[in-house]
Write a protein that binds this ligand. Structure first.
Ligand code: PEP
Ligand code: MN
Length: 305
């Protein structure tokens, strides 16, 4: 069942400079399916020393995007201070990142800081494949009366990645949809694939699964991006992907998509097999060492006798 594209969120992984933000918005402004212009202002990064976001200066650039191109804006919040600064600067919607959804205390603090505020909130799945944690985060917002809550499926951390940066484990968003049938689920193929070449296939697949929209990282010069450079597409490419999805082409491409997903599964199982073979080799080595020790012991015993 292919769903219509109800939400399209696009823009760079990170706001880097005023020029980069405004140039991306300029190139996206005529895309009629676009519902939000995204740009990360605060970037939670795994290692200290990587680019951790431009900070609140970037909120002024998002305001310029609203005023110049009449686009709605969205950014990531990870603390109540971020929420406050976004509200002061009229950001239109907020998303909670995967590294924040893992922690119920953080989620609760953010939800508390939004009590009584009428703003759409998008909750990314937690890094770990734990549907209960994701559902708990949704409930924390709903319990406080924050009603406009959607989710973003961005894949899950795994050691055996196969072709994906964050394997999608489609069964998890599907389970979420059965628990909350009214919930809008947006797919983020950028963080799932980690590879700009796979965005179109995964986007089509997500739409065929019945997801409600897409979040696709878009940068005027992806290779020069300060974060996630491998997975961002140029605005022109985004437009091609979107028109392939909204036209009938998406339906015709199902066989191709299914093959890509099956290839992904083969890669995952290859990864598992390699791990098992490595385990087996370790055990064989242990047996060999054990035999060697025993053998040396009995030779030594015979000599000393
Ligand atoms: C992002 O959207 O750029 C981001 C950091 O996302 P995630 O929380 O999915 O890693
Ligand atoms: Mn990113």
């Amino acid at each position: 069942m292919t769903n219509s594209l109800k939400q399209l969120i696009a823009g760079p992984c990170s706001a880097e400079s005023r020029e980069q933000v405004l140039e991306t918005a300029r190139q996206l402004a005529d895309l009629k399916e676009l519902t939000y212009f995204r740009a990360g202002i605060w970037k939670p990064r795994t290692a200290p020393g990587s680019f951790e976001g431009i900070g609140k200066e970037g909120l002024g650039w998002l305001k310029e995007v609203q005023e110049t191109y009449q686009l709605k804006t969205i950014t990531e919040v990870a603390t109540p201070e971020h929420v406050e600064q976004c509200l002061q600067n009229d950001v239109d919607a907020l998303w909670i990142g995967a590294r924040t959804t893992v922690n119920p205390f953080y989620v609760q603090q953010i939800a508390d800081s939004l009590k009584g505020v009428d703003i759409p909130v998008f909750i990314k799945n937690p890094l770990s494949p734990d549907v209960g944690l994701w559902m708990g985060a949704i409930e924390r917002f709903k319990l406080l009366g924050i009603s406009d809550v959607s989710v973003i499926h961005r894949g899950f951390f795994s050691y055996s990645k196969g072709i994906f940066r964050n394997p999608p484990m489609w069964e998890i968003p599907i389970k979420l949809k059965t628990e909350f049938p009214e919930l809008q689920i947006i797919c983020d193929p950028s963080h799932i694939t980690g590879d700009s070449k796979l965005i179109e296939e995964v986007s089509k697949f997500a739409m065929q699964l019945g997801m409600d929209g897409l979040m696709i990282e878009t940068h005027p010069h992806p290779k020069e991006a300060w974060s996630d450079s491998n997975q961002q597409v140029r605005p022109e490419r985004l437009k091609e992907i979107v028109s392939a999805i909204v036209s009938r082409k998406a339906n015709l491409a199902i066989t191709h998509d299914e093959i890509t997903m099956l290839r992904g599964k083969v890669d995952n199982s290859d990864g598992e097999m390699l791990k098992e073979i490595a385990n087996r080799m370790e055990i064989v080595k242990e047996i060999a060492n054990f035999k060697k020790e025993k053998c040396n012991l009995s030779i030594n015993n015979n000599i000393s006798r």
